[in-house]
Design a protein around this ligand. Sequence first.
Ligand code: CP
Length: 313
Amino acid sequence: MAWNKKHLLDIQSLGADEIVTVLDTARAFKAVGERAIKKVPALRGKTVVNLFVEPSTRTRISFELAAQRLTADVVNFTAEASSLKKGETLKDTARNLEALNADFIVMRHSASGAPHFLSRFLRSSVINAGDGAHEHPTQALLDAFTIREKRGKIQGLNVTILGDILYSRVARSNIWALTKLGARVTLCGPATLVPRVFEKMGCRVTYNVEEAIADADVINLLRIQHERQRKTMFPSIGEYTSLFGLTKARLALTKPDALIMHPGPINRGVEIDSEIADSARSVILDQVTNGLAVRMAVLFLINGGQGPQGVTA
Ligand code: CP
């Protein structure tokens, strides 16, 4: 199936069929990644610029690898060493990248809506790699891919997202993706970080962590987004851990096959006990591995690739 999208700006504007096409295409690319020759020529002659104006490890490196596996040329823009530091605007920066024939601009920015803004005037395709507290669409796609890979389906599963929901772009993108795919989403965390307004997105909100995790098939933990919080949202990290951290005692209350997920970076001993992060129940590193296949699929489909059947060796 053709995707017919020039940009990937958010999950909110995608249909369930479009999300499923990404997941199916990513599955084909994951199989390519398990072969001796992992590269395909789908983006030969194309240029991908990673325009990251906020720090990243997983997203930036997996987009770089994804572009390389698709035989594109890749340029990594480092904000700290760029002319942004001399006062050049984001718009001028992006237009200069386009003048250098960037076909794709993969962008992370602290301002919600920054990728949408660029997409209004650029001929290049814009891919949102995280904008403020708004959305992180490829994270939600790789999370959905991982759930479907491990559990065989998403429809009907109970997914609990636990932590700082208010400031989390991962939470918003996951809520959109999972509800569109038929999961029941529960949000839990301190009341200051989980406002009841999220119920309007079709989620259950609870402040009782034991209730939130008891029937969960998937528990997705989020770190506290200190960089986006304008004031202290709870008394102390210690109190947060004692009330909402996934400890071994709390893990014992969950279904024995509940998946433990986290988008990373993890804060060991805060939102997740270190041993749980490293346990067989954790799929945190599977999420990272799957991010490569998902980002290959996104680049491929935006470039006009015809869904999983179009993936060639
Ligand atoms: N999950 C995630 O976005 O990680 P990075 O900030 O390292 O890209």
